[in-house]
Structure formats: structure tokens, C-alpha cells
Design a protein. Structure first.
Length: 723
């Protein structure tokens, strides 16, 4: 046995040595996928089945391509030259430059970035006199990208894929955009694949050239391919049919960016006689973690099927913990406390991760870790208070609280767009300077004196009136109500709702989380001071840190200890997957849960809370159905809100019974209050002040507050003031 094959297990070696014909390697989490890919590549070279330039090897990231190049070079004893190894886009760009003249370009064509694409689309929409507020250019750009991801050229859009953008004119603008790109001798990233697929389909000479050129094709992360990538690979593989795709249908979690799980599920149909090799020996996680993950994912119907098992002898370990907590605040305290304990016991913070379903969930954990002095990093994103939409909203709040805050005013006066250009800003600055006023007060002065004419004058007059109204709300009903009103009435929420980029829904969730954060403070001034102090705290640039990220961002990573908070219906699985009904969205959520659990090497800790705050109000939550799909023999349950008996969470079509199940869950989960607060009792609430109980429904109290009227709150948030 050659040295490079010596360390492979039976399944890995089978995947490496099955060089001829179509092969699908189903590589479970932690089963040595990268090792198999690189060893297979080297094996083809060392066995002299092909020269380096006769192997097409495709990855999804430049990092993965570099790693494969280095590993192949290590096996071969030195760098290998002439490789066709890279990402889909880099390889297609290389091909397209050779054949550019056949699609109306020259080989020196430019590749536009996102900003250039958007600028070009704006020009096209301006020429057509399209109202950007009603039909945002971002939405058109996203639609065009979706068409390109599916392999549709202008004139080829099927009826079922049409768009209602600009009353059905999106395809017209798509055609105009493509024409303009040709005139500029330019392409966008979507064109790199789209144009090569078009060439391979329509130009027999080009297709024959690559059939002769490539004897073997290797593809990494096949489950993440979209349709146009799938077409490109199928066309190239029609020659020798020696295509090997490595992937894991159980880790297909990117449908939101065009990935089609069906590509991997129908591999055997696309390539008759294909060999399927399953890599199921996991070298990362303990037996309880693998058992939990395998049992959970087995509930999915749309999968090819495999079962992870330990690939090492020392695989016994701690059971997967499921911690049931009373509310989301206790959840943050629990995670923070456990991390602090692990840190003190000598565990490296670099080996600890908090994996959340959505970005807005990080705020509570960030603030808790800051309080404890535990260093952390946000992987693949910004800290909560550094995110664009949060900084924008806080700038509005700063102007609300302090009109003299010129920096905040400049940030939001034209956000969303109000037509405040350079000329208007010069006018504001000059007035502020000559009258010794803030920019906000200069705006008030100019508006009252008619200093702005026409549409701009009316718009800024409206803004002045809005700020007056928001300050009235702030004084009468508090900062949460004022924030919610200003975000809606300013058009800021509408701006993000109209934005069709993939991160827009997450930004809206973050704004809701900001409202939840604000509810913890009695005054706006207290909150703004808190934010200033939080953002001022700097952690050391080096040294170990806890990693905090979304589950999507965690794929491919591993940690000794993984915390998985927020496992509740509506959070995880998220509400969108429940609202859509059917299995497709729900099964992708379950794959995401599988990815989360399999990131853990030694400890997986799942948490859920019985109550979460939505805006300023607390709402009861029920445990995620994924928790009840875990096998009891490898689970250890604990927590302050632990249900006495297992219960199955409702499906998307069982909402009528959800209320009854929720009542049963609350009856078991809620800690009993020793002294019930009776109707008529006088109470005090940190936010709403003094009031009197006018009705009681178990732990929910209807209270008539002296300064803020009637509100319903949980009894644990008030203190009785008499007897």
C-alpha cells in the first residue's frame, strides 16, 4: 500500500480508487471529505491516469482551492503546475476569456462588482423613468441574479419565473442591461457561468474542446450547487463521464442563495450506473453527539441516507444537554455563566462557540459576555451595535434625545432618501454656522422661514413635524413606542422591506431586537449611555475569544464546546418555514440543526426559553420540535423551566392545538410564585411605575398604571407595594 493511501479507512479508500465513471461521495460531517478529495486528485496523477491540466477541480471558495492545492502538492512532494483548480467563477472566467469573441466580447472584458452593477441598472431605470422608491434597483438586481443562477438568458424566462417588477418590465430591463454590458465589454459574476453554459450548449466546437481537455472532474460541496453550476458540470461531464462529486445532502442549507438540494439527490438519475460511496466514520465528535445528530436528521424524507458513527476508539463522552429556561434573559445568563466556568477551568475560549439561528440573537450574549469580561468575536459579521441598521436607528434616537447631535443628524437626514443633496447640506451648514445653531435647529429655522422650496421644502417640513411628534411619544409613552413609530413613519422600515437582498430580512430582525433591548431601560438617555459604553469596550486584538456566529456561518467549523440557544418554535425552526407549510423549508431548518450539533467535538448544549420578549411585551414560547426529535438515551435535560414529560411540538398545520399544548407546557414549566398578587393590590414596575391590579389570569396581571394606563405584564416583573 502506498504511503498516501495508508491512513485511509475502507470507505475513504474506495472513494479515492474508484476513478472511472461517475462517483458520488456522500461525506458526512467530520468524515474526512477534504482528505478524500485531495488524495483522489493525487492518486489520479500518481497512477498516471491524467496530467495535471487534464483534471478539472471545482471548489466554492478560494480558501478551499488554496488548501487543496497545498495538500496535493504535499502528497506529490512539491508544487503541481498547470492545474485547473479553483472556484466556479474563476474557472469560468478563465474559459470565457479564451472564447470571448463568440459571445460579443473581447478577452480583456471587465468583471463588474456589485456597486458597478447597481449603478448600471439605475441608469437603465432612469432612462425608463422608473420611480426608485416604488421599484428599487436593488430588487431588480436580485431578480436578474436569480434568473442567471437558474441559467435563464433574456428571452428565455418561463412564465412561472416571471417578475412583477415595474408592472412586468423586469425582463425588458434584463435584456437592456445585458446589451449595455456588451457595449461596455463587461460581464457581472452571474454572466461568467451563464455565458459559458450558453457556449457549451450552442457551440459544438467549444464543448468538444473541453471534452478532450478534461479526463476527470472533481467537485467539492456538490449539495451547494445552483442550477447554472449544475448545467455547466453536466455539460462538461458528457465526455469521459469521469465526474466525482463530494457532498452531503444533510448539510444543504443555502437554498436562500440559489442552492438546489435536488442536484445531489438526482445524481444517480443524471449519471446512470453511478457509484455511491458513503463516508460515515466521524473523527470529530463523541458518540452521544453523533447519535443525536443522526437521529434528528433521520426525520427528513428528502435525503439519500447515511448514519454517522465514531471513527475513533475514544468516542464516549458527555450526553447532549438540553437546558430549559424561564426566559431569554436567563438564557443569556446561563450561557455566560457556563462559558466563564469553562474558561476558569482552563478551557480555551477559541474552542467555545455560540451558534444562533439569526443574527439578532447575538445581542443578549454579547452584552452578557461584556459584563463578565469574556473576550468574544463575531464571525462573519459585525457586533450588534456596529451593524448598519442599528447605527442608523440609534442615530435617529440620538437626534430625538439631543437635537444638537450634528453627527447623528447628518447620518439620518437623508436616510431613507429625502432629496437632501450637497446643496441642501451646504445651506444647513451655513445657517447653523452663522446663527450658532445645531443642524437640526437650522433645519427647523429654514423650514419655518421657507428656506427650502418645492418638494424638498415639503419633505423637510414633514420631517420637522415628525420629530416633534416622536418627542411627544417619547415623553408620553416611552422610548420603545417612540422608536417603533420613528422607524415606521420615517420610511426606514419600508426601505429595508423593499430591499430584496438576502440580508434585508435579517436587518429587520435586528431592528426588532433593538426594540427589545430598549425595553430594558426606563429612559432613552439611559439606553444611549449604555450603548456608548458597550461600543467603547474594546477587546484585545489577539488572544483566545469565544466565537459567536449564525448556524449558516458555522458550516465547516468545529469547536470543543458548542452552545445552541433559541431552540423554540418560531425561532428555530424559524417562523417563515412554519408559515410556508410543507416539508421543504422545514427540512432545510432540520439540516441546519444537524449542522449545528455536528460542529461540537465534546459538548453540545441546546437551550430554549419559555418566554421571549417581542418588542416590549413578553410572549410564551414552546420548545422546538427538533428537541423532541432527539433520542432520549443520549440527552440530559435540566433547567429552571424543565417540562415533566416529553411533548411533541406542533407541525405547521397544527396551530389550532398549539394553544392547548402551550398551556400544558406553561403549567409544567412555570415556577410557582409563593405569594399570588390579588386583584386590587398596588404594585410597582421598573418601566411603568406604580399601578393597581384590575384583573389576574394566573401569572398575567392586567394593571392600571398611574402614568401609562392599562397594560398586561407577568407577575414576576412587578413588586407588591401593600400588605
Amino acid at each position: 500500500m502506498s504511503d498516501y493511501l495508508a491512513g485511509l479507512n475502507t470507505a475513504q479508500r474506495e472513494a479515492v480508487e474508484a476513478t472511472e465513471g461517475p462517483v458520488l461521495v456522500l461525506a458526512g460531517a467530520g468524515t474526512g471529505k477534504t482528505r478524500v478529495l485531495t488524495t483522489r486528485f493525487a492518486h489520479i496523477l500518481l497512477s498516471r491516469r491524467a496530467f495535471p491540466n487534464q483534471i478539472l477541480s471545482v471548489t466554492f471558495t478560494n480558501k478551499a482551492a488554496r488548501e487543496m492545492r497545498e495538500r496535493v502538492g504535499k502528497i506529490m512532494g512539491g508544487p503541481v503546475e498547470g492545474l485547473w483548480l479553483g472556484t466556479f467563477h474563476s474557472l469560468c472566467a478563465r474559459m470565457l476569456r479564451r472564447w470571448a469573441d463568440r459571445v460579443g466580447l473581447t478577452s480583456s472584458f471587465s468583471i463588474l462588482d456589485t456597486d458597478d452593477q447597481l449603478r448600471l441598472l439605475k441608469q437603465i431605470l432612469e432612462d425608463a423613468k422608473i420611480d426608485f422608491k416604488r421599484w428599487p434597483p436593488n430588487a431588480l438586481m436580485a431578480q436578474i441574479q436569480r434568473w442567471k443562477d437558474k441559467g435563464f438568458m433574456p428571452g428565455q424566462i418561463p412564465a412561472g419565473e416571471s417578475s412583477d417588477f415595474a408592472d412586468g418590465r423586469a425582463e425588458e430591463f434584463y435584456a437592456g442591461y445585458q446589451t449595455r454590458l456588451r457595449q461596455l465589454n463587461a460581464v457581472d459574476f452571474g454572466d461568467l457561468l451563464l455565458l459559458m453554459v450558453h457556449l457549451l450548449k450552442t457551440d459544438a466546437e467549444v464543448l468538444a474542446h473541453y471534452h478532450r481537455a478534461f479526463r476527470y472532474i472533481l467537485v467539492d460541496e456538490y449539495q451547494d450547487t445552483n442550477l447554472v453550476q449544475y448545467y455547466w458540470l453536466r455539460l462538461l461531464a458528457q465526455g469521459h463521464k469521469n465526474i466525482c462529486c463530494v457532498g452531503d445532502d444533510d448539510q444543504s442549507i443555502y437554498s436562500w442563495r440559489g442552492a438546489e438540494i435536488e442536484n445531489i439527490l438526482k445524481f444517480e438519475r443524471d449519471f446512470p450506473g453511478a457509484k455511491i460511496v458513503r463516508l460515515e466514520a466521524n473523527y470529530r465528535s463523541t458518540r452521544p453527539i453523533l447519535t443525536a445528530a443522526s437521529h434528528l436528521i433521520s426525520h427528513n424524507e428528502g435525503r439519500l441516507g447515511k448514519t454517522l458513527h465514531p471513527g475513533r476508539n475514544d468516542a464516549d463522552g458527555e450526553k447532549v444537554e438540553v437546558i430549559s429556561l424561564w426566559d431569554s434573559e436567563e438564557e443569556a445568563r446561563s450561557v455566560g455563566g457556563r462559558i466563564e466556568s469553562l474558561w476558569r477551568a482552563g478551557h480555551s475560549l477559541d474552542e467555545i462557540a455560540i451558534l444562533v439561528r439569526a443574527g439578532f440573537q447575538t445581542r443578549a450574549f454579547e452584552e452578557r459576555l461584556l459584563t463578565l469580561g469574556v473576550p468574544y468575536r463575531i464571525v462573519g459579521g459585525l457586533r450588534f451595535y456596529e451593524r448598519q441598521e442599528i447605527r442608523d436607528a440609534i442615530a435617529y434616537l440620538r437626534v430625538l434625545a439631543q437635537p444638537a447631535d450634528d453627527l447623528a443628524f447628518e447620518r439620518i437626514v437623508n436616510l431613507p432618501k429625502r432629496g437632501v443633496g450637497e446643496s441642501a447640506m451646504r445651506n444647513l451648514h451655513e445657517t447653523a454656522r452663522t446663527t450658532d445653531l445645531s443642524l437640526h435647529d437650522a433645519m427647523v429655522k429654514l423650514v419655518s422661514e421657507g428656506g427650502f422650496k418645492g418638494k424638498l421644502g415639503a419633505t423637510l417640513r414633514g420631517l420637522v413635524e415628525q420629530f416633534q411628534a416622536w418627542r411627544g411619544l417619547l415623553e408620553a409613552q416611552g422610548p420603545v413606542v417612540a422608536l417603533d413609530a420613528l422607524l415606521e413613519e420615517s420610511g426606514y422600515i419600508a426601505m429595508w422591506k423593499a430591499d430584496k437582498s438576502p440580508d434585508a430580512p435579517g436587518r429587520l430582525e435586528n431592528l426588532k431586537e433593538l426594540s427589545r433591548a430598549l425595553a430594558d431601560f426606563e429612559t432613552l438617555a439611559q439606553f444611549l449611555e449604555h450603548v456608548a459604553l458597550v461600543t467603547e469596550v474594546e477587546t484585545e486584538s489577539d488572544g483566545a475569544k469565544v466565537s459567536m456566529m449564525t448556524l449558516h456561518g458555522a458550516k465547516g467549523l468545529e469547536f470543543d464546546t458548542v452552545f445552541l440557544p433559541g431552540w423554540e418554535e418560531g425561532v428555530f425552526p424559524n417562523q417563515r418555514s412554519l408559515d410556508e407549510g410543507g416539508n421543504k423549508s422545514l427540512e432545510e431548518e432540520r439540516r441546519l440543526a444537524y449542522v449545528g450539533i455536528t460542529r461540537a467535538k465534546q459538548r453540545a448544549i441546546i437551550l430554549h426559553a419559555a418566554n421571549r420578549r417581542i418588542y416590549a411585551n413578553w410572549q410564551s414560547s414552546i420548545p422546538s420540535r427538533f428537541i423532541e426529535e432527539l433520542p432520549e438515551e443520549v440527552i440530559r435535560r435540566s433547567g429552571s423551566a424543565q417540562p415533566q414529560t416529553a411533548r411533541k411540538a406542533p407541525s405547521a398545520t397544527q396551530f389550532p392545538v398549539q394553544a392547548r399544548r402551550l398551556e400544558a407546557w406553561e403549567a409544567q414549566a412555570r415556577p410557582a410564585r409563593a405569594n399570588k398578587i390579588p386583584v386590587g393590590a398596588r404594585v410597582f414596575h421598573q418601566k411603568f411605575g406604580y399601578g393597581r391590579v384590575i384583573a389576574a389570569d394566573d401569572d398575567r396581571l392586567d394593571i392600571d398604571f398611574e402614568t401609562s394606563g392599562e397594560k398586561r405584564v407577568l407577575d414576576r416583573f412587578v413588586e407588591r407595594q401593600d400588605g
